[in-house]
Design a binder for this molecule. Structure first.
Ligand SMILES: [Zn+2]
Length: 440
């Protein structure tokens, strides 16, 4: 792996002091950040290293997508404008039951990674079936990922029983121990699809294997009512009572925690993946993000799967998150551009429990960085770079993506993806899904 300097950039470090360096540079050695600062100082430190001129563009940490289902990009637009339970039970679950196999998962994952890399995402927290196939593609294409193997009490196209899925998940996690990009994880789907005993089994396995656990939590009021009827407590309290809330947990959504539950989430170190567009599209509600942040909960942003969004665009997610908090609180000052960018970068890394590695440009962290232009028509004039990044920048403004110091996307091209072949595979899978849904 080569050593190099990204030079002549507006470096937005996203460190805790929110340091910005104009005419700055970042030196990368073996996939790690070796120096950050004014160009002259960095170049003086490593005079012989190759320099790449970023022409004054923004150099910032890659975006962290804290909740998605990568293979579901193949369900993009298949059933929109439905009630949540109608959508799930009559479209998504039947389509998954009939269409899912390792090839579907491989093609869907490739499509998602292609889209994400073009938009500047460098870490993804995922949950799906056949997650080992997702892992193979993330490792091959070069995406950093926390990958939760989906687990439910009922049979799936992948596993006939809980016991089988439990053992398969153990093997999956063990096989990725020490991998530079992939963190394999448990993915018990939700409190309404996994019984209390199984949730506790998952928690014990996460402790034993020292790995994270990904779950959907308190997504709807309906879920809270269902868990209350079944177990006598709402979702977050239910997990708390089971002893499952911990710093290993990455909980998606968390739209409906009460005050006490917010306190418990903060105390136990749970990370939250806030998915504003999915929550809006499925009419779930607006998560109390400001309250959760004030309580000290690490909150990141997630797109959720493409069936409920319908894209993996973290810039749009930032804008939606910010606007919904303002609208919901009738206050324009409740969340600013800087806090929103934090959620998409260092805050996301904290929520995914990866902030020792990524989320900011600091010496010693892994070199996961993106280059963003700021001269597109929707971006000029430039008064305030932070405001511009939050409110008017789009995925198409990202020009380069580095992960582990590797250039994985440049000017829209992802070298590890064969575009014509992938387009063909996507069309074939979509035709198969359409046939299945017509039969239903
Ligand atoms: Zn989800």
């Amino acid at each position: 792996m080569s050593n190099f300097i990204l030079d002549n950039a507006l470096v937005l470090t996203m460190d805790s002091a929110f340091t910005m360096v104009s005419q700055g540079a970042v030196a990368v050695r073996g996939g790690q950040i070796a120096a950050v600062g004014p160009s002259t100082e960095v170049v003086e430190q490593f005079p012989l290293w190759t320099r790449y001129d970023l022409q004054g563009r923004v150099l910032m940490p890659g975006l962290i997508n804290c909740h998605t289902h990568l293979p579901m990009s193949l369900f993009r637009g298949v059933a929109d404008d439905k009630e949540l339970m109608d959508w799930l039970n009559n479209y998504i679950f039947p389509a998954e039951a009939a269409a899912l196999n390792p090839e579907f998962v491989r093609t869907g994952t490739q499509l998602s990674l292609w889209e994400m890399l073009r938009g500047g995402t460098t870490t993804v927290v995922d949950m799906y079936m056949f997650e080992k196939v997702v892992a193979e593609e993330c490792a091959r294409i070069g995406m950093r990922a926390v990958l939760g193997q989906a687990m439910v009490d009922f049979p799936t196209p992948e596993y006939k029983s809980w016991g089988e899925s439990f053992e398969g998940t153990r093997e999956f996690i063990q096989s990725y121990a020490g991998h530079p990009l992939v963190v394999a994880a448990l993915g018990p789907h939700a409190p309404y699809t996994v019984c209390p005993e199984h949730l506790q089994e998952c928690h014990r396995l996460a402790e034993e294997l020292n790995c994270p656990m990904v779950i959907h939590l308190a997504e709807t009021q309906h879920e809270n009512q269902q868990i209350l009827d079944r177990y006598g407590r709402t979702s977050v309290s239910h997990l708390d009572h089971l002893g499952v809330l911990s710093k290993r947990l990455i909980a998606a959504h968390v739209v409906w925690p009460d005050e006490a539950e917010i306190g418990r989430l903060a105390q136990s170190g749970v990370g939250v993946g806030h998915c504003p567009q999915s929550n809006a599209k499925l009419a779930c509600g607006i998560a109390p993000v400001v309250k959760m942040l004030q309580a000290g909960i690490p909150v990141g942003l997630g797109t959720d799967g493409c069936a409920s969004n319908n894209d993996l665009d973290m810039w749009a997610e930032m804008q939606t998150a910010n606007l919904l908090q303002k609208l919901n609180s009738h206050s324009c000052t409740v969340m600013n551009a800087r806090e929103t960018l934090h959620m998409a970068t260092l805050g996301g890394a904290q929520a995914a429990h990866l902030d020792h590695l990524v989320g900011s440009i600091e010496v010693g962290k892994r070199a996961d960085m993106i280059v963003v232009r700021h001269d597109s028509p929707h971006q000029i004039p430039l008064y305030d770079p932070i405001s511009q990044l939050c409110y008017s920048t789009k995925s198409t403004d990202v020009t380069q993506v580095y992960i582990e110091g590797q250039l994985v996307m440049s000017d829209g091209l992802v070298p590890a993806i064969d575009e014509p072949e992938l387009r063909l595979a996507v069309a074939e899978e979509a035709a198969r899904v359409q046939t299945i849904l017509r039969r239903n």
